[in-house]
Design a protein around this ligand. Structure first.
Ligand SMILES: *Cc1c(COP(=O)(O)O)cnc(C)c1O
Length: 346
């Protein structure tokens, strides 16, 4: 017996995903365009994302941990583990196809002592998050290491006027030819919009693949990929003056039909949507009314006389607009979509 389908699902648009990757690949110019699929493909499902992008020609995938790399094993993909290697990882890391992104002198030493092999290296050009220092490279830290990709990460790529971008790009450019690296990589999604100087040999977009708008220049080129849908659990008639939901924040102005949906803030459909969200069925938009509950959401459905128990409703999840409404980043909005959804590619 298979489990019944969940009463809520994420509809994932394969064509939009591939179209976004192609757009980012074009904007990357002569550089190859990879894909960040960490955090389970930003919540969409890493395997489904990687399969589709690999079929479209994407060759470089980035995850955070060895567990995430294992989930992608067997597909013949080139996978880099961004967090590098801990002692605990050394039993498996040198023997699989994935490469670590080495982030510190300790990780470099650990990798060498464990037999080494091909690896990537992160260099810190000013973000002070992960990476070896350019001075350590100058002092010979990486000598003799077999490096595939030398990478750095931009702290403020989504602020195109930040002087940090220029400074980090200059620091990174100065490392050209200073290591054995076959390729260099700097730009994430927003970094791709900063121009050809930032593309180097390989770009590493994440959020823009999944429909996030990381840069004004991407508007128009990047299509939404994720649509949450929920099933109607119950339809009811509420008389004028009745309340809907916790604390009676919505009072119905006249007799009104209300549908209660199988989705709530525990699924990442957040309380910011209380009396503000929009739902859609067959091109008809209807409003969310009252508070979002943990597992339930009410919508006003007089405009949808045929809608009943078991029918599916799409919820508006425009990432930039929802980010403005919620105060959360587009990244949090995607990765916060919970475990109860079926992920359905169309
Ligand atoms: C997550 C990540 C990316 C992708 O960033 P986006 O802003 O989602 O495009 C690229 N590089 C590194 C090192 C990352 O951690």
């Amino acid at each position: 017996m298979t489990d019944p389908a969940a009463p809520l699902r994420l509809i994932l648009d394969s064509e939009a995903l591939v179209s976004n990757w192609r757009a980012l690949a074009r904007m990357s110019g002569r550089a190859a365009c990879g894909a960040a699929v960490k955090a389970n493909g930003y919540g969409l499902g890493a395997t489904g994302v990687a399969q589709r992008l690999a079929a479209a020609g994407c060759r470089d995938f980035f995850v955070a941990s060895w567990g995430e790399a294992a989930e992608l094993a067997g597909q013949g993909l080139s996978v880099t583990v961004l967090h590098g290697v801990r002692d605990e990882d050394m039993a498996i890391a040198p023997h699989g196809p994935a490469r670590p992104m080495l982030n510190s002198a300790d990780q470099v030493r650990r990798w060498r002592e464990g037999g080494g092999g091909r690896c990537d290296v992160m260099v810190d050009t000013g973000m002070n998050r992960l990476g070896v220092a350019p001075a350590e490279i100058a002092a010979g830290l990486l000598d003799g290491l077999e490096i595939e990709v030398l990478a750095s990460h931009l702290a403020s790529a989504d602020e195109p006027d930040s002087p940090l971008n220029v400074a980090q790009c200059a620091e990174f450019t100065a490392l050209r030819g200073r290591t054995s690296a076959k390729r260099m990589s700097l730009a994430n999604s927003a970094g791709i919009a900063l121009g050809a100087d930032y593309a180097f040999d390989l770009t590493r977009p994440g959020i823009s693949l999944y429909g996030g708008i990381a840069a004004e220049a991407h508007r128009g080129a990047i299509r939404p990929v994720v649509t949450p849908q929920a099933q109607v659990l119950q339809r009811r008639r509420v008389p004028a003056g009745g309340i809907v939901g916790y604390n009676g924040t919505f009072v119905v102005p006249r007799d009104m039909d209300v549908a209660v949906l199988n989705i709530g803030y525990a699924d990442g459909y957040l309380r910011c949507f209380s009396s503000k969200g929009m739902a859609r069925v067959d091109g008809v938009d209807v409003p969310v009314i009252g508070r979002i509950s943990m597992d339930l959401t009410a919508i006003a459905v007089d405009a949808l006389p045929g809608l009943g128990e078991g029918d599916w409703v799409s919820l508006d999840y425009d990432l930039p607009a929802t980010s403005a409404l919620s105060g959360l980043s587009q990244y949090e909005l995607l990765t916060g979509l919970g475990r109860r959804f079926d992920r359905v590619w169309d």
